[in-house]
Design a protein around this ligand. Structure first.
Ligand code: NAD
Length: 310
């Protein structure tokens, strides 16, 4: 029987739908036991992962029967796609299935950071009344959001931001100036440095590849408006974390929200610890109940379809 190993959490009804046709080994914390993962994939025909299981040459060497990898998400930086292709292994990302979750995270954190007034719970509960300090919050409507990367998530974010009355700019070198994505969306095309200088909110939506590693470094952060906010839901390696922490500490940036980090979990001695106006979340931008259902059922369907018509 075809054997499917699932090494990270997946929506249970989707796991059950796989069990109807396959021999399924669903061990959501297998990702934290590398030796166990390498042992279990030895007999696997398919492997389903999120972003933490490294599907690299070592794992492929341990999985001689492997023919398909399902990715419960979209970034493929944890999967050696070239090695998979060379070995004839199909890779299925859940393209589009978590875009709305990320886009909502972006507009929500943009509003929180611009307004600057929602993180006062402890002070208010303690009887303090920081009203004067918190009365300088900014409205979102009329502000400019700059999207670095204008693919699936960038475009979804643009739509939500436009609904809020924001002006939207984007930078994406892969999209020609006359591409319909620009004219259909009403989004302004900019070079990266121009976007950084114009935007009140900068949101990153690029894959982590050689050309985007360290893209937002100290020099690029310095190009942003001093009160602008930065949101990173893409991948940690895209932002220089030490440079961002220094900019926040020095008051050279209005705030930031980071969902992804160079090293996950974030190390306790990270320079980001204690930086002001900083929202940190544990890589959940794309994960909601609804998106987990969509992502999981999409990947279950892809794996079923692959073994029906390989
Ligand atoms: P996508 O492939 O649809 O879009 C990525 C876009 O980035 C493409 O249009 C590409 O041309 C563009 N791009 C590539 N290099 C660039 C560069 N140097 N400058 C500007 N643009 C560049 O991908 P997507 O679905 O929009 O997802 C974007 C990224 O978001 C993923 O690769 C993933 O890393 C991340 N992501 C994170 C979460 C989360 O939970 N935080 C969830 C989903 C996706």
């Amino acid at each position: 029987m075809t054997r499917v190993v699932v090494s990270e959490f997946m929506d249970l009804p989707a796991v059950e739908s796989l069990r109807d046709v396959f021999d399924v080994d669903y061990t959501p914390d297998l990702v934290d036991d590398r030796a166990g993962l390498l042992a279990r994939v030895a007999g696997a025909d398919a492997l389903i992962v999120r972003n933490r299981s490294r599907v690299d040459r070592e794992l492929l060497a341990a999985a001689p029967r492997l023919r398909a990898v399902g990715r419960l998400g979209v970034g493929l930086d944890n999967i050696d796609t070239a090695a998979c292709e060379a070995a004839g292994i199909a890779v299925f990302p859940a393209t589009g299935a978590n875009s709305l979750a990320v886009a909502e995270y972006v507009v929500a954190t943009a509003m929180v950071l611009l307004r600057g007034a929602y993180l006062s719970g402890n002070e208010v509960a303690a009887g303090q009344w920081p009203r004067a300090r918190m009365s300088q919050g900014r409205e979102t409507a009329g502000k400019t959001i700059g999207l670095v990367g204008f693919g699936g998530i960038g475009r979804m974010t643009a739509k939500l931001a436009q609904c809020l009355g924001m002006r939207v700019l984007a930078h994406d070198p892969a999209l020609a100036p006359d591409a319909r994505a620009w004219s259909d969306s009403g989004v302004g095309r900019r070079e990266l440095d121009a976007l950084l200088a114009e935007a009140d909110v900068v949101s990153l939506h690029v894959p982590l590849v050689d050309s985007t590693r360290g893209l937002i470094d100290a020099a690029r952060l310095a190009r942003m408006k001093p009160e602008a906010v930065l949101i990173n839901t893409a991948r940690g390696g895209v932002v220089d974390e030490a440079a961002l922490a220094a900019a926040l500490q020095a008051g050279r940036l209005g705030g930031a929200a980071l969902d992804v980090f160079e090293s996950e979990p974030l190390r306790a001695d990270s320079p980001l610890a204690g930086a002001p106006n900083l929202i940190l979340t544990p890589h959940i931008g794309g994960v909601t109940r609804e998106s987990n259902e969509r992502v999981s059922s999409l990947i279950a369907e892809r794996i079923r379809g692959f073994f029906r018509n390989p």
